[in-house]
Ligand binder design. Structure first.
Ligand code: C2E
Ligand code: MG
Ligand code: MG
Ligand code: MG
Length: 286
């Protein structure tokens, strides 16, 4: 694929000039084709949202959903976000794609709220590129919220620590706007990036999502890390969501640590809207 080819390019060195130019040619070609396909995907509505439940530990209720995008490629089938979001970011296509994702997730939330649970909340992942873009200043999907009769509290955005590192003017402004309309902010993959913890207060962060790698390692040093993250979050008044909970044992340990919410295969994999609905009719899912 393109990444491997680029890697080959970097490692080819001067001696292998012919290989170099060939690999470079291929890499560029693959990349351009992929960009073309991405554009077309947007026009032809090939993106789909999957949803994964987030469970309250205290009540066992499914109180939140996270929207996770996939690309339904006509030839290659279902493509995971890790395989196309980086390219969408590089090309700026993440901005219109991200707007589509937010609209779709909001529409779905409005439907589920009136049908199953008027208090359900939706988490939407936002790329740093979106928050750095000028277009974001008026929050392109705010009218979608309003026209569905939802207020900002219905939505949480998930961002990563790196975005907050350099205190960029536009990012600060956009996050302030987000907060002003009541949208909550979660830090995704918390603990894996470079962060000065001061930003947690400065940006009025609402939730930390403990990265899956720490949950996976709860029998090792992950236990101490989870303990520290949860204690710190609570002392700052933030909620904590554990990602990637796969076993009853992890659930038990996280319960003892008084984690607030759980998300992971133990409850459900991300599923298309119509398949996740069967969980929304249940009074609780753990
Ligand atoms: P993320 O936001 O941290 O999402 C969590 C990822 O972990 C998801 O992968 C989810 O399917 C996976 N996961 C959840 N529970 C478990 C578990 O118990 N075990 C394991 N092994 N994995 C679990 P996915 O859907 O492939 O998404 C990967 C990443 O792509 C996301 O990480 C997020 O950073 C990005 N992404 C996904 N959807 C969007 C989107 O709509 N917009 C943007 N900008 N990024 C997105
Ligand atoms: Mg996320
Ligand atoms: Mg995450
Ligand atoms: Mg992640």
């Amino acid at each position: 694929n393109a990444d491997q080819a680029m890697y080959a390019v970097k490692n080819a060195g001067r001696k292998n000039f012919r290989f170099y130019s060939r690999a470079l040619h291929d890499a560029i070609h693959t990349r351009l084709r992929m960009i073309r396909h991405l554009r077309k995907a947007l026009e032809e509505n090939q993106f789909v949202l999957y949803y994964q439940p987030i469970v309250s530990l205290k009540t066992g209720h499914l109180t939140r959903m996270e929207a996770l995008v996939r690309w339904h490629h006509p030839v290659q089938g279902l493509i995971s976000p890790d395989a196309f979001i980086p390219l969408a970011e590089d090309t700026g296509l993440i901005v219109p794609i991200g707007n589509w994702i937010a609209k779709e997730a909001i529409t779905q939330l409005a439907y589920w709220r009136q049908k199953y649970n008027p208090e359900l909340k939706m988490a939407i992942n936002l790329s740093p590129v979106q928050l750095r873009s000028q277009e974001f200043e008026d929050i392109p999907w705010i009218h979608d919220l309003q026209s569905k009769g939802l207020n900002g509290e219905a939505v949480t955005i998930e961002i990563t620590e790196g975005l907050l590192l350099n205190s960029e003017t536009r990012v600060n402004h956009n996050l302030k706007m987000i907060h002003q309309i009541g949208i909550q902010i979660a830090i995704d993959d918390f603990g894996t990036g470079y962060s000065s913890l001061a930003y947690l207060r400065k940006f009025n962060i609402d939730f930390l999502k403990i990265d899956r790698s720490f949950v996976e390692d709860l029998k090792g040093v992950g236990f101490e890390l989870c303990t520290a993250i949860i204690a710190m979050a609570h002392s700052l008044g933030l909620g904590v969501i554990a990602e990637g909970v796969e076993t009853e044992e992890q659930e038990k340990l996280l319960t003892e640590l008084e984690c607030d919410y759980m998300q992971g295969y133990l409850y459900s994999k991300p599923l298309p809207a119509d398949e996740i609905e069967k969980l929304l009719v249940l009074p609780y899912i753990r």
